[in-house]
Design a protein around this ligand. Structure first.
Ligand SMILES: [Zn+2]
Ligand SMILES: [Zn+2]
Length: 243
C-alpha cells in the first residue's frame, strides 16, 4: 500500500501540472475588464490608479501585471512560471499550489520509503550486532558512520538517489512554505517582490527620522479568508462580478 502512494501522488501531481499549464491564469480581456477593475481597490503604494498597459491598451486593474512572456495582462498576477510555461494568476494559483504540494509530498514519500528499505536491509542482515576490523587490525563494533559507508558501497545508486531526493524535499519544502506564507498573508509573489524594492528605494531617499515605511497590505482579510480567496473556483468569482 505504501509503495502505491508515490504513484497515486504522481497521478495527482501530473493532473495539477496539466491544469496549471493549460488553465487560464486570469487573462484580462475587453469583456471582463470592467468587472476585474472592481475586484480589488488600488492601494496607492504598489498599485496606482490610471496606469495603462502600453501593449494591451487597457487601464491596469489593481494587482494585475502584463506578462511579457505570454503577452497578456493577468489578473492577480503572481509570476510567470517557466516550469509549467504559463502565468500563475487568480484562476490557476490553486493548481500551482496543489502541484507544488503534491511534488513535495512525493519527494518526501520516496525518501521515506528508500530509508525504510535501507533500514530493513540493515536489520535483516543483523549488521548492527557485528564488528569490523580496520586498517590497523583493530576490531570495532559497527557504528553509524561505518554503516552509511557500507551501504554506500553496497547500493551506491540507491544511497546517492536518497541523498538527492532528501535535498530535493528540503528545497521544495522551503519553496512550499514560502508560497504558503504568501497565500496566508494574501500577497502575490509580484507584490512581495515589488514591496521589497519599494522599501529599499524609500530607505535611500527618506530622511533618517522617517526611515520606517509603514505599509499595510490592504488585501489581507485574515488567514482563513486569504486561503479561501485562492481556492474558490473562478466560476464563483465570475458570478460575483456579474452582480
Ligand atoms: Zn497588458
Ligand atoms: Zn506569462
Amino acid at each position: 500500500m505504501l509503495l502505491l502512494l508515490p504513484y497515486l501522488l504522481l497521478l495527482g501531481n501530473m493532473g495539477c501540472f496539466i491544469l496549471c499549464s493549460c488553465a487560464n491564469p486570469g487573462i484580462i480581456t475587453k469583456s471582463n475588464h470592467a468587472s476585474l477593475m472592481k475586484t480589488y481597490a488600488y492601494d496607492g503604494v504598489l498599485f496606482q490608479e490610471g496606469i495603462v498597459c502600453a501593449t494591451c491598451n487597457v487601464e491596469k486593474p489593481a494587482r494585475s501585471k502584463h506578462c511579457s512572456f505570454c503577452d497578456i495582462c493577468v489578473h492577480r498576477f503572481d509570476h510567470h512560471c517557466v516550469w509549467v510555461n504559463n502565468c500563475i494568476g487568480a484562476f490557476n494559483a490553486k493548481y500551482f499550489f496543489l502541484y507544488l504540494f503534491t511534488l513535495t509530498v512525493m519527494a518526501a514519500t520516496i525518501a521515506i520509503i528508500t530509508t525504510a528499505f535501507l533500514i530493513q536491509v540493515v536489520l535483516l542482515s543483523n549488521m548492527m550486532h557485528g564488528s569490523y576490523i580496520d586498517d590497523h587490525g583493530q576490531e570495532h563494533a559497527v557504528e553509524i558512520f561505518f554503516l552509511i559507508q557500507h551501504l554506500f558501497l553496497t547500493f551506491p545508486r540507491i544511497v546517492f538517489m536518497l541523498g538527492f531526493v532528501i535535498l530535493l524535499t528540503l528545497i521544495l519544502g522551503a519553496y512550499c512554505c514560502f508560497n504558503l506564507y504568501l497565500a496566508l498573508t494574501n500577497q502575490t509573489f509580484n507584490e512581495w517582490y515589488k514591496f521589497r524594492r519599494y522599501r529599499h528605494s524609500h530607505h535611500l531617499t527618506l530622511q533618517p527620522c522617517d526611515r520606517k515605511v509603514v505599509y499595510k497590505n490592504v488585501y489581507a482579510k485574515g488567514v482563513w479568508m486569504n486561503l479561501k480567496e485562492i481556492f474558490k473556483s473562478p466560476a464563483v468569482l465570475e458570478r460575483k462580478k456579474k452582480k
